[in-house]
Design a protein around this ligand. Structure first.
Ligand SMILES: [Zn+2]
Length: 462
């Protein structure tokens, strides 16, 4: 999987720019949110434990009980070590694994209603330990180790009452002190009115009230608290394609293959100077922030978005640019997206210069950023109809948040830029087409969008 991510193969080894550890952490923690197969597998196995607990009375559970259950087996999931097979494997794996420091059994907690489905001794329902572990002496004395809650506890006029079925009555000091503890705990629990009422027994997942098992939630538990991505500031924008988000994500971590970065990784580079200005070494900070070319582009973007002039020291400052924007959530989203698009287009311009010897002017780069922003905002955001109407100068009829959004986009003069940069053919091409996403910035399809040439599919359709 990781080789695939960095477009390598068995024969060709490519640089893995970001560690697999980071790639597999959630987006909110600075990763890509890609699941590890190991975790998915484990979560799916854990689901069997949940289903075994919840689906009482089902056929498959009956079969497992018949094969693996029996006298002397009081584990949470029944297992006979002598019988091999997939159930034994599942139980063995789950027994060994900790989910956020807890055992699988710990995460499935009974909420006692009638009390006819939850085991008194061997399910989690009262306190944070199994009662058989809390009172081992009493457990030894009990005649029915698998008894349900309603077989031991009843609701009397003075709260909960315990009725034991003993081999002999508790008599030693340990047994009596455990019995005292039992009575005290039941007395405290007596305030919960739902306990031993007419409602059905339920199961909660991971100590959250009313929550049921989910594979995604289980995967999260496997890693809770293990992330260190707090210092990263990038927020992913859904209205901007993933490939653009990805470039910004890599830029924030300084993991783009700039000439300096390549040299650091022992790739032989003849010339490490910035392709735009040929004056300074091309590291990420210079390319996207410090270079005169980049500065020109960012100034153009600020002017376009009517932002106050700002001073960026590094790429993080650009990611924080949206904080200078006053107004609603959507304004900030748009600015965040535009910063990403600018980064992406700058990176593309840099590649065009290096690999195709194509010189782009600052105005051309700014124009491309504007038209990309328009197309994606129109086709990928929920405000598509507004952008469309804006194009026809009708947006002023909108009300509330939509009107504010429209006037903001209007201030950005998107309508004008579309007429000037795309031309009638280019716009027509995109009005009825949902934006497709390609993973590679150098995808030849992209070049055709702005040269006014139809996509290959269009030719076929005609
Ligand atoms: Zn430069």
């Amino acid at each position: 999987m990781r080789t695939f991510l960095w477009s390598g193969s068995e024969d060709i080894r490519k640089i893995h720019w970001v560690s697999w550890e980071v790639v597999t952490s959630p987006k909110t923690e600075g990763g890509l949110g890609i699941s590890r197969l190991e975790d998915v597998n484990l979560a799916l196995l854990a689901k069997w434990a949940w289903r075994f607990t919840v689906e009482q009375g089902s056929m498959w559970r009956g079969v497992i009980e018949a094969v693996h259950g029996g006298r002397g087996n009081w584990c949470f999931l029944p297992i006979k070590r002598s019988i091999s097979g997939c159930w034994k494997c599942i139980v063995k794996i789950l027994e060994a694994k900790r989910f956020n420091g807890k055992s699988m059994h710990h995460l499935i907690r009974g909420v006692v209603g009638k009390g006819d489905n939850i085991c008194f001794w061997s399910d989690f329902w009262l306190g944070n330990t199994l009662l058989k572990d809390r009172w081992p002496c009493l457990y030894k004395l009990d005649r029915g180790k698998k008894c349900k809650v309603n077989e031991r506890v009843t609701r009397g006029s003075n709260g909960l009452v315990f009725t034991g079925r003993w081999y002999r009555f508790p008599s030693s000091v340990e047994e009596l002190s455990e019995f005292q503890d039992l009575e005290r705990l039941l007395h405290n629990a007596g305030h919960h009115q739902s306990l031993l009422s007419d409602s059905v027994d339920k199961w909660n997942w991971a100590d959250k009230n009313g929550s049921v098992f989910s594979v995604a939630g289980c995967k999260d538990l496997l890693h809770d608290g293990n992330y260190t991505g707090q210092r990263f500031k990038l927020k992913w924008e859904s209205w901007v394609p993933i490939k653009v988000n990805l470039i910004a994500w890599r830029a924030e971590r300084d993991r783009l293959p700039t000439r300096v970065a390549l040299e650091k990784r022992r790739v032989q580079i003849d010339n490490v100077l910035c392709p735009f200005c040929n004056l300074v070494e091309e590291d990420l900070k210079h390319l996207l922030v410090g270079c005169g070319f980049a500065y020109g582009v960012w100034s153009g973007i600020c002017k376009w978005c009517k932002l106050d002039p700002f001073f960026a020291y590094d790429f993080d400052d650009l990611l924080m640019l949206y904080k200078n924007v006053h107004g609603g959530k959507w304004r900030k989203k748009i600015i965040r997206g535009i910063v990403m698009i600018t980064t992406w287009v700058l990176w593309k311009a840099r590649n065009a210069k290096i690999f195709q010897d194509k010189n782009m002017k600052v105005v051309e780069v700014v124009a491309e950023i504007k038209s990309r922003a328009f197309i994606w905002l129109k086709n990928r955001s929920k405000f598509s109809n507004i952008v469309e109407r804006l194009f026809k100068d009708e947006a002023t009829k909108e009300k509330g948040e939509r009107a504010r959004m429209a006037s903001f986009v209007g201030a950005m003069a998107i309508a004008d830029l579309v007429k000037t940069t795309l031309g009638p053919k280019g716009t027509k091409l995109h009005q009825n087409r949902p934006e497709t996403t390609h993973n590679h910035p150098e995808d030849p399809k992209f070049e055709t969008v702005f040269s006014g040439q139809p996509y290959p599919e269009d030719v076929q359709a005609d």
